[in-house]
Write a protein that binds this ligand. Structure first.
Ligand SMILES: [Zn+2]
Length: 305
């Protein structure tokens, strides 16, 4: 697939955000048809954006990986989207799926071996970094584990292990990752009514020992003030924030569904249902870009670097 100039890797996208005091949203549309509203929001607000799908979502939602990539590139072309974008494979354990994503022109992949002992996590991640970098694809790794609530995009257990700063430094250095997901208090999914406290002290300690761009998973439900603190630490804080559940819940509310949907359900929506679903996803994406990530208006500066 021909890759337009504005579809880039995390290695190009994130350092500018890290230095510029904002974060780029890594949005999970979950279904190919929900890619459009994310890209429309990005283009309208002149915001960089990452579009992602995880291994679990591919199977749970019944989405074909190659069809997802095609939908992304077709939408970029048909909508004339020119802001900086990354097509990213989120949480993946299976090396075959990573290979397929690289073949389908994803510009970034995440190898999640965070459930393994540190040495194994480093070895597995370093091998994917070598594979990705050979063909110009960036790689995200994870150290520490995030627990999960309902509606999450991973299979991870319900308990968390926070990231140890010294281990993070060693992991980043030895694996060579372009971005590092850290566990500082968020969980996947959204807790009803509860506020999420971020361990800013731990994040600051991690930043003191490594320059690698840092990723916050489970961004849904994090209060804006906590997010601002996580982005704003000395040396640059979190520069990629994964957002999945907030988009999905807004979409389900817009179409009055009380259950999670598969890709076939989305394909079967009538025109009014599809429009309502897309409008909800675009609204939430715009809100995140404007008052949560502060990425709105940052596209031009990044493109001209
Ligand atoms: Zn995650």
């Amino acid at each position: 697939m021909a890759r337009p100039d504005n579809v880039i890797t995390l290695a190009r996208l994130l350092p500018t955000a890290q230095q510029g005091g904002y974060a780029v949203g890594s949005f999970s549309p979950r279904y190919p048809r929900m890619i459009l509203p994310i890209l429309r929001a990005a283009q309208a607000l002149a915001s960089p954006a990452i579009v992602q799908i995880s291994q679990k979502d591919l199977s749970r939602c019944g989405v074909d990986l190659e069809a997802f990539a095609r939908a992304f590139y077709d939408t970029v072309a048909s909508e004339g989207v020119s802001v900086p974008l990354t097509l990213h494979l989120d949480h993946t354990h299976d090396l075959d799926i990573i290979g397929r994503a690289i073949g389908a022109s994803f510009t970034s992949v995440m190898i999640d071996a965070s459930d393994r002992p540190l040495d194994e996590n480093i070895a597995v991640t370093a091998a994917v970094v070598e594979q990705g970098h050979a063909v110009g694809v960036s790689v995200e790794g994870e150290i520490g584990t995030l627990g999960a609530y309902a509606f999450s995009e991973t299979d991870e257990s319900s308990s968390s292990t926070l990231t140890d700063p010294e281990e993070a430094e060693r992991f980043a250095r030895e694996s060579g990752v372009d971005a590092l997901a850290v566990s500082i208090g968020t969980m996947h999914g959204v807790r009803d009514g509860a506020t999420v406290a971020l361990d800013i002290e731990r994040l600051t300690a991690i930043r003191r020992v490594t320059d690698v761009p840092l990723v916050l998973h489970g961004g849904s439900g994090v209060p804006a003030a906590a997010m601002a603190a996580a982005v704003g630490i000395a040396g640059g804080g979190v520069s990629k924030v994964n957002l999945a559940t907030d988009l999905e819940l807004a979409m389900l509310a817009a179409i009055g569904s009380s259950r999670r949907l598969t890709d076939s359900d989305i394909e079967a929506l009538d025109a009014a249902g599809l429009a309502a679903a897309r409008a909800a996803v675009e609204r939430v994406t715009r809100e995140k870009m404007t008052s949560f990530l502060f990425s709105a208006g940052r596209a031009e500066r990044l493109r001209s670097q």
